[in-house]
Each structure stands twice: as C-alpha cells, then as structure tokens.
Design a protein. Structure first.
Length: 594
C-alpha cells in the first residue's frame, strides 16, 4: 500500500526551496540538495558535505559552509581545509582525517552563499551521524588496561580529542566545582592530566558539553553550575589546557541548570548554548557572537514543562533549523519547542508536551525507524513506579510525536532508575541502537548496569543474546560513546559516582550480537532506474516499511513491501526530476527520476 504525503508545511517548504516566488526573488540562489541527507544515521566517514544550489556561486561563498565535528577538530571547514566552490556546489571534504565513527556532524549554510544575483535568502542547518565499522558488534568488554580510580565522584562525561593528538580523550564533571581532563594513550587507557576550576566553591557541576565555541579548530567546553545558576565557558589552547575567556566566562541562566546542548540555532555559523533549568521550568537560549561570548536571545528563556532535567536539539520538522526538546521529570512529558529560524522558540499548536515514560530525565533524538526524521526516546528515573523502560515516540515528519502503531512503545530494561541514555550504531549494521545506564537493586550503593538493546532497523529494540547488561560501578550517572581505541567501532564510557571510577568498555565482540527475532539482511533493487512515473522494488524484507526521500531528507512517499518483499512505487504526479533515496531498514538505494 502506498501513501502520498502532501503535508502542508513540507509543501510550502519545498516551494520556498525549489521554486522562485516572484521576479524579485528569481535572482537569489536556493538550495536544491544537501548530501549526506539530513539526519542520516550512517553517513560514510569520508563523505564530503555537498550543498547544491540553483545557480553558480561566487568564489566568496566558500566561507558560507560551516562543518562542526563533535569529537575531533571542532570547526572543520576552516584554515587549510576550507569549503570549496565549484559551479553550483559548495562542499567540504574531510581530507585531513575522517569523521569519527558514530559522531554527530553539524553543518550550517549561511546567507554568505551568493550568486551573481544576490545572497541566499535563508540559511540552513542540519546534522548527520557518521557510520561505524570495525569488528565490534555490541559486546562491551573490559579493556586490557582498564581505567581505575578518578577523582571526586565523577558525574557527567564527554568524549573528544582535546589535545589534538588524534585519539579521543575524556572530560568529566564531579560533585564539586571542577572538571577533570583524562588523556587517552590511543588504546583506550586514560590518565588524568588536570583539573579545571569552574563556578565557585558552593557550586557543583550538573552537565557538560564539548564543542568548538570560538571557531579555532579545537574543542572547548561549557559546564552547568547547579547552585549558582551559571554556565562556565572554558577555552582550549589546542593542547587540552583550558582557561576562562577574557570576557563572559560565566554565563547567567535560570534556576538549577541541569542539562546543556550546543547547536547553531540562529543559523549564523557558530555554536550557540542552550540550558535546561530544572528549577525554573525553562530553557535558556544564549547566542554566540562567534568568539565564545554568549548573549541572551530576544526571547532568552522559553517556558517548558515541570522539571526539565534532560535537553536535546535537532531539526524535527524538516525546515532547516534546530528545534528544542526537554524531558520533564515532574510531569512525565517531553516538551517540544519549534524554532523560527532565528533562535526564537514557540510551542506547536498541538502535541506540544507529549506524554512519555514516568519521571523522565534522559532524552535522545535519532532516526530509529529509518524514515528520515528524528524520533524521540525518554527514560525513567523513578525507582518505585515499576516503569523503568525507555519510551519510543515516532515523528510524523512535522515534529509531532506519537506512540508507534506496530512496534513496542516502551523498551524493557533490566535494572531500575535510568540515569543516562544514548543512541548509537554499536553493531555496525547502519541503524541506531540503544544504550541506557541503570542502577540495580539497592541503588545507589550497589553496582549498576549498561543495558544494550539492538535495533532491528525499524525501531524495535531487543536485548542481544550475549552480554546484554554488562556491569558498571556504583551510582552510574553519565554515559558517552566514541571510538577510544581507534578500531572503527563505538566504545562506551560510564561515570560511577560512588565507585569514583570511569568504566571504559571496549566494543570487543567478534561475532554479531544478534537480537532475537532480528530480520535477516536483505538487499533490495529498483527497476527501472532511472524511472518515470513508477518503479518496482524487489528484495526487501517481507512486509517491510519503505520510504522515499528527496535530497533534503524530506519524506515524499511511504510504502509497505508485500509478503515477497516487493512493492510498486507510483511516483506522485509533478514530482521534480532528480535523485531520490529509497530506504528499507538500514539500507538505502538511489533512485533517479526523469
């Protein structure tokens, strides 16, 4: 069965992007495609970021493409490796070194992109996830030299190459006013090198983010100080030594800041700072001037639900800017706030605070069902409600999240009180799996668990048959993922507050940790290709959902394969000629339309 999606908002957006509205706008370039597509969950690590336009660009447009790595190099499109203009395209290739396995890469196309007729009228922001490889299949084991005691009850954790030597280091917060820097020897063994003071003597750090705040090509950090209601900004000198900037080292936010996020919310080419304030039921928006000086936006604090302990950003409605979502512990909801493109956020007219799991503090976004948009996951921290799972809410493409009709809406976990949640492709099959940190019986004094749940490619998560819940230390709270031993797959690091340790678990499985009931791998084909009017798909999994997306990642069709894994894709009348992507499970094929 085939369904067309003439959604009003996407239809208007398509007109704005792909067709001139009048003579006055006819000379300005418009973006016609971005590759990798928005929200791609397994983009090739060597793949260039390529933006195509309706007209040839001026040479000065090279500075309009900003590409930010979350784990190595910060602003990549700078210095000796800038973006390149070639006719109608603007691109950045990671030639100096690849994107890191499993990392989130953010990009901005600013209005500095111009043709002879004038500048781009509206910038565009997006992100994608770099593919994982290696031999790891979601079986997390101790490294040969495990990391032991750290300092002062570690809480939050971030991973990134802070000293510029090519491997991923760790940065941790503590139940004190300090940040620990732990340097990697390249094999996944870490040594604490320094402590960085933040806040004041009365403050403890509740959250930490790494990112290139001043655009100089290394990773800086921002840390939330719970008691003082401030964010400490510390800049990297490129060697992993952090110091306060000369102006604005402490940024005022709301009461009890609990969670931080970075993203270019005003589309000007730098990373802005967002903070969820658990004590004032708000999210503070602080805009970057490009030098790591942060000022309040026009609407500096946006109202959200009660007790927002979790925060994330992503383009959930497909309009080319970053929206905001929070996990509201005190009311069991997630707040959705949509961006107007300039960093102003408002609640959508419907489903602004969808119900999720009981007492959530963790929130994550990821395309878990492979349809090109970002879905919503929340985890419970309540130890008495008997509901300890992770809720799944699927996106309709416009930023409205509802319970899935054909897969479980809650992922069952083994322990209690989930304190950390991430999505990442841990088994190398091209979809996003689920990792959750949980306490166990006797929490917080007994040891916790890392719950590994594998995705079947369609958003249904099950425990692997081997090592589904490896043990962590006592009072686990923070989780980060990254390839710390350099073998191409994603490893896991967890802070254990009562054990005073960071648990490093390398992705060391040598065979696929298969989830029960996981469909066998299939390879589908399209014919004819190029197509005109219709194409026939064969070789998909029986009854698998199929999605056709345009080059900007917008859903144009959905279909369902029959019992033999086949479907006829009747293309909508008036669909513009070009290259489209057909997705089934973790596989994507290109379809040329004439």
């Amino acid at each position: 069965m085939l369904h067309s999606y003439p959604r009003a908002r996407w239809a208007l957006h398509s007109i704005l992007l792909l067709a001139p509205l009048g003579a006055a706008q006819a000379q300005a370039p418009v973006i016609t495609s971005v590759i990798p597509m928005a929200n791609a969950r397994a983009a090739a690590r060597t793949s260039p970021v390529t933006v195509s336009f309706s007209q040839p660009l001026t040479a000065a447009s090279a500075g309009a493409l900003k590409v930010f790595s979350a784990q190595r190099g910060g602003l990549r499109s700078r210095g000796t490796t800038p973006a390149v203009v070639s006719g109608n395209t603007l691109s950045f290739a990671p030639t100096a070194y690849d994107f890191r396995p499993g990392e989130t890469v953010q990009y901005t196309v600013t209005t500095a992109a111009a043709s002879a007729g004038g500048p781009l009228t509206q910038g565009r922001v997006g992100q994608f996830t770099a593919a994982t490889g290696g031999s790891g299949r979601g079986d997390f084991v101790l490294p040969s030299t495990p990391l032991n005691a750290t300092v002062g009850s570690p809480k939050s954790i971030a991973v990134g190459d802070v000293d510029g030597d090519g491997d991923l280091d760790l940065v941790t917060t503590h139940y004190s006013n300090s940040i620990g820097v732990l340097r990697n020897d390249g094999s996944g063994a870490f040594t604490r090198s320094s402590l960085v003071g933040v806040g004041n003597a009365t403050s403890s750090v509740s959250s930490l983010v790494l990112g290139d705040l001043d655009g100089d090509g290394d990773l800086d950090f921002a840390a939330a100080n719970r008691e003082t209601g401030t964010i400490s900004v510390r800049l990297n000198d490129g060697t992993g030594t952090f110091s306060a900037p000369g102006t604005g080292p402490e940024v005022a936010v709301g009461l009890e800041p609990a969670s931080l996020a970075l993203g270019d919310v005003d589309r000007d080419g730098d990373l802005d700072l967002l903070c969820a304030n658990a004590g004032s039921n708000s999210v503070s928006i602080r805009l970057n001037n490009g030098t790591a000086a942060f000022a309040a936006a026009t609407a500096p604090d946006i109202a959200v639900g009660n007790g927002p302990y979790g925060l994330t950003v992503g383009d959930i409605d497909g309009d080319g800017d970053l929206d905001v979502l929070t996990a509201n512990r005190n009311e069991g909801t997630a707040s959705v706030r949509l961006n107007d493109g300039s960093g102003g956020f408002t609640a959508p007219p419907s489903n602004a605070n969808p119900a999720v799991v009981f007492a959530p503090t963790s929130v994550a976004l990821g395309d878990i069902d492979g349809d090109g948009d970002l879905d919503l996951l929340n985890a419970s921290t309540n130890t008495n409600a008997g509901n300890y799972g992770v809720s799944i809410r699927l996106n309709d493409g416009l930023g409205s999240f509802t319970s899935p009709p054909t897969i479980p809406n809650t992922v069952t976990l083994s322990g209690i009180s989930t304190t950390g949640l991430v999505t990442s492709d841990v088994d190398g099959d091209g979809d996003l799996d689920l990792l959750a940190i949980q306490g166990n019986a006797g929490f917080p004094n007994q040891y916790g668990l890392l719950c590994v749940r594998l995705n079947n490619g369609q958003g249904s998560f099950t425990a692997p048959t081997t090592n589904p819940d490896p043990a962590m230390g006592a009072l686990p709270s923070g989780i980060a993922v990254g390839d710390v031993d350099g073998d191409g797959d994603v490893d896991v690091m967890v802070t254990n507050g009562s054990s005073n340790t960071v648990a490093v678990r390398l992705n060391g499985g040598t065979t696929l940790a298969t989830a029960p009931g996981r469909p066998a791998a299939t390879t589908f084909t399209l014919f004819p290709n190029p197509a005109h009017g219709a194409a026939t798909l064969t070789g998909a999994a029986p009854h698998a959902p199929l999605t056709v997306l345009d080059a900007l990642g917008r859903v144009r069709l959905t279909a369902t394969a029959d019992a033999a894994g086949a479907a006829r894709l009747a293309l909508p009348v008036g669909l513009p000629a070009g290259v489209y992507l057909v997705r089934s499970g973790g596989q994507v094929r290109r379809l040329a339309v004439e």
